[in-house]
Design a binder for this molecule. Sequence first.
Ligand code: AMP
Length: 271
Amino acid sequence: MSVPTLRILVGVKRVVDYAVKVRVKPDHSAVETANLKTSMNPFCELAVEAAVQLRERLGAERVAEVVAASIGPAANQETLRTALAMGADRAVLVSTDNASAAANSPSLESEPLGVARALAAMQSRLNANLIILGKQAIDDDANQTGQLLAGILNWSQATFLSKIEFEEQSDWLQVDREVDEGIERLRLRLPCVLTCDLRLNQPRYVTLPNLMRAKTKPIETRTPSELGVTLNPHWMITRVDEPPSRRQVTMLRNVDELVAKLRQLGVLNRS
Ligand code: AMP
């Protein structure tokens, strides 16, 4: 039985850094993102790490290449450089600058359907047989791209993964999924789409020498039309509000205090 060589495509999104507190614009039209520190979406870091670890574990003869792709403005090249510094071999930017201007929509790269279509087009160009994504982007919390992509490609999918293992000399994988009830173990076969959850791995730090080395690795730029994809906005944000501020929290020391408090609030009868 011949074991297929892996060509891994990893989707990486640039988002406002998780440590930055975003604020709503005064007119409530959107959140203010201008001039804020941006980074690779943390779940995408897990996806890059998973792909690089697969090559380290299975060897270069089994994993032909790891390609990172990002759909978005030119600034996403920085995110792609991070993926290259982590160990991806090359990167592709699907530039949305012109498409966003034409559609008068600043957030085309946040529409999971358009992103999934662009990644599907990338898959056919690269002949990728394994696609690894984050389970969700922390800016829009959509959690849709992997599922839509698997649907478009008609591939198997396994989401929210905390473990990925290839069976010996095989195109079958065993994965653990984090579900509400615990851990669900699945077997699935290439080609497939995987999405990563927080406990899958510990993404490596990007060191300066690796970042410098990454500057010599290629980043190709493609437009959606070159890939035969039209990125149309399917929704628009009509209003954004800050989450309601938390009510004051009082720490109670024991059950008696809790009962007294509930009586005081009228939640428990006084009798
Ligand atoms: P979402 O469905 O938007 O929550 O995103 C889930 C995952 O899809 C992310 O962790 C990325 O791996 C991938 N993804 C979403 N948007 C993009 C994008 N603009 N470019 C590349 N990958 C993306």
